[in-house]
Design a binder for this molecule. Structure first.
Ligand SMILES: *Cc1c(COP(=O)(O)O)cnc(C)c1O
Length: 483
């Protein structure tokens, strides 16, 4: 079959299909101010098509890719839940989108009020009294949190150099540790998939700035010894950092600040529903104890004597500014809309359902795939493709085969401590029928691996492109159209 025409090939001179926004006098003045040397001289050479053809072009591209609005997306640790479209409507309201980021706080009171209330919600969810909405990714929140830990120790004239990290940690944890100039000390998870207090005690000393933990951890298992670990670390002057990426399991059930954590980041784009399949933009708020408040990124949102909100830059102990203007404000609106829609009881139900869905799916899969940690899970779980590997079928092959059924694969080969790992996070927004269907597909692939491995190792068969050279695709990315 011939390839369908690309949009450039459909171009016919003079065809039109665009709706231009209303031009204001401001726009005219801004355009007039663009220096001559930056103005376009030649035509941009864009395709000339009708609105309908432009629409089909973009929809056509969107269905070639997998996305959460198209199918199941159990990518572990990423919380690919359905993102209610209402949140996008809220983020698109002109009072938000038309607001100039340099406008004075006096004319931004509604926007600041939203940030103020969102911070209060995050405080209630996490137990941390002080929140900064500035960081724009989970990893950015880690960077902020570690800078805060360093500033805390320096304020006590201690230049501590090490941070303890479990062997199940997400790769951003050691990377953030290195970015801030600390070195990472690894502790091993025990047979139950959690960190034992003795393992922490063995490496804790006066040169350790703190420990970074994820709870539930990346195996989807709840770290049951946090309180004892907190006592050990605090006794030697260290701090506890909580990687909050897995907060979807915890809301209304477990508050990190209550058990001894000192700093945490939220992945608002994961837990509080911002579309994040394409790599961003995100929102990685941080929460801290009252003792660490003075180190938060500058400026900090405060209320003056008249109850008016303003950005306070006069924060001499702050780690400084990490992002321009208001952070990724549209994501803050989405998170706010999500929390307001569900309320406290609704958020708790989110976590309860996320946990039930994961345990249900785990039970369906554990006959056909190896389960390295035989325990209840939280919102996600890890299975291993070791049994299938004996037939020459690797986890990567299983993932490629899943694409043939219109399903996004789980996270592969992570956490690193499980061979042939598949990390599966169904999320609360999937129905029992979807989970049953996925389990059926996984069972079929397990059968194929045994009886007809070739069909799995040569997958995918039904996708717009077959198996890619992923290294070249990443290293030599080229998205230009050349006619
Ligand atoms: C996603 C994730 C991160 C990093 O968050 P980003 O927003 O992608 O920077 C850190 N830790 C864990 C456990 C994660 O799942």
């Amino acid at each position: 079959m011939d390839e369908p025409l690309l949009i450039y090939e459909k171009s016919v001179a003079g065809r039109r299909g665009c709706t231009l926004p209303v031009t204001t006098r401001d726009d005219v003045e801004i355009l007039a101010a663009i220096p001559e040397k930056y103005r376009r001289r030649a035509d941009a050479g864009l395709p000339e098509v009708t609105e309908g053809e432009a629409m089909r072009h973009f929809i056509g591209l969107s269905v070639k890719n997998h996305h959460i609005d198209k199918g199941f997306y159990p990518l572990g640790s990423c919380t690919m839940k359905y993102n209610p479209k209402l949140n996008d409507v809220a983020a698109s309201l002109p009072d938000f989108t038309e607001h100039h980021p340099l406008a004075p706080c006096s004319s931004a009171q509604g926007i600041l009020q939203l940030m103020w209330e969102l911070s209060a919600f995050l405080s209630e969810i996490s137990g941390f009294p002080s929140i900064s909405l500035q960081p724009v990714a989970g990893a950015h929140g880690e960077f902020a949190g570690l800078l805060i830990m360093r500033a805390f120790h320096l304020s006590r004239n201690e230049a501590r150099t090490k941070v303890i990290i479990p062997d199940s940690a997400h790769g951003t944890n050691p990377a953030s540790v290195a970015s801030v100039g600390f070195s990472a000390v690894q502790v091993k998870s025990n047979d139950m998939g959690v960190i034992a207090p003795e393992a922490v005690a063995a490496v804790m000393d006066d040169n350790v700035a703190g420990i970074m933990m994820t709870n539930p951890n990346t195996l989807g298992i709840f770290e049951t010894h946090v309180k004892q670990i907190a006592d050990i670390v605090h006794a030697r002057g260290g701090l506890l950092y909580m990687d909050g990426a897995n907060l979807n399991a915890n809301m209304g059930i477990f508050r990190p600040a209550d058990v001894g954590f000192d700093v945490m980041h939220f992945n608002l784009h994961k837990t509080l529903s911002t579309p994040h399949g394409g790599g961003g933009p995100g929102a990685g708020a941080v929460g801290v104890t009252r003792e660490l408040d003075k180190f938060l990124p500058r400026p900090v949102l405060e209320k003056d004597a008249d109850g008016k909100l303003f950005f306070n830059y006069d924060r001499p102990d702050s780690i400084g500014r990490l992002h321009s203007f208001y952070g990724n404000f549209a994501n803050l609106v989405r998170a706010y809309a999500y929390v307001r829609t569900l309320g406290g009881a609704g958020l708790r139900r989110v976590s309860e359902n996320a946990v039930i869905n994961a345990n249900y799916l785990k039970a369906l899969l554990c006959d056909d795939y190896d389960l390295p940690y035989k325990t209840h899970c939280m919102h996600e779980f890890v299975i291993s493709g070791s049994r299938q590997k004996k037939y020459g079928v690797k986890t990567l092959d299983i993932s490629k085969r899943l694409l043939d059924f219109g399903v996004h694969p789980p996270t592969n080969y992570f956490p690193l401590i499980v061979p042939e790992a598949m990390m599966i996070e169904p999320t609360e927004t999937e129905s029992k029928e979807t989970l049953d269907q996925f389990a059926m597909i996984m069972k079929q692939i397990a059968r194929e691996a045994e009886e007809n491995p070739e069909v799995v190792t040569s997958a995918p068969h039904n996708t717009p492109v077959r198996r890619l050279d992923e290294v070249s695709a990443a290293r030599n990315l080229d998205v230009r159209y050349e006619g």
